[in-house]
Write a protein that binds this ligand. Structure first.
Ligand SMILES: Cc1cc2nc3c(=O)[nH]c(=O)nc-3n(C[C@H](O)[C@H](O)[C@H](O)COP(=O)(O)O)c2cc1C
Length: 197
């Protein structure tokens, strides 16, 4: 883990009472309790017109890229919209490049109204990998959002535990890209030297 890692969450839902945002807040609370500084980037506060590749500095694009680049770990949260992730998040990601996401630890969370919350996770994972991010194997898909997430928090204890574990792992694995250098600085022996190959 990096010292004092900074964890940034981005929510793909623009709804005022978004269940995705509620779940992201829970994960960020767990990250903060694990020693991180945290930030919820609210896309409603960013002027991000639909991407026009001729004008990648449009609106608040520079500010968005700056926030992502400053994070040691990024949590991407999205509602399931028609079996994939939400357009506002796609638009935000399209303003970013490997310059911002390369080597960054990324956690994924999806919230679905129905009982099948997995497709958006797979789609987001592919995009994050294309941006050279390190995606955490522990992903969270929340089904039946009308029953499992209330106004004030997650109401299903098992889902709440998974979400909090995601927040904790973002802290544990923040800066994972620098682990080899950190091991070298600590003077760790390579595996073959210790017979643990
Ligand atoms: C345009 C749209 C498409 C949706 N498509 C699906 C879907 O394919 N499968 C599903 O389970 N839920 C679907 N939902 C329901 C949302 O995933 C669900 O209400 C979720 O909690 C919304 O997240 P939010 O509260 O963060 O906005 C859809 C909702 C909208 C508005």
């Amino acid at each position: 883990m990096s010292a004092d890692p900074h964890v940034l969450a981005i929510c793909g839902s623009l709804r005022e009472h978004s269940k995705t945002r509620t779940a992201l807040r829970e994960a960020l609370d767990a990250a903060a309790e694990s020693g991180a500084t945290t930030e919820l980037l609210d896309l409603r506060e960013y002027d991000l017109p639909p991407v026009n590749a001729d004008d990648m500095a449009a609106g608040d694009a520079d500010a968005l890229r700056e926030r992502v680049a400053a994070a040691d770990a990024v949590l991407l949260g999205t509602p399931n919209y028609h079996g994939s992730y939400a357009a506002p998040l796609k638009n935000a990601l399209d303003y970013c490049k490997r310059d911002q996401f390369g080597g960054t630890t990324v956690g994924l969370l999806e919230v679905a109204g129905g009982s099948y919350p997995k497709p958006a996770l797979a789609h987001l994972r592919g995009v994050a990998r294309t941006l050279n991010a390190w995606t955490l194997p522990h992903e969270v898909g929340i089904p039946d959002s009308h029953e499992t997430v209330g106004r004030d928090g997650i109401t299903d204890p098992a889902i709440e535990r998974r979400v909090r574990e995601l927040g904790e792992q973002l802290v544990e694995y923040a800066g994972v890209d620098r682990y080899p250098e950190m091991a070298e600085e600590r003077g760790d022996q390579p595996a073959e030297a210790t017979g643990r190959a």
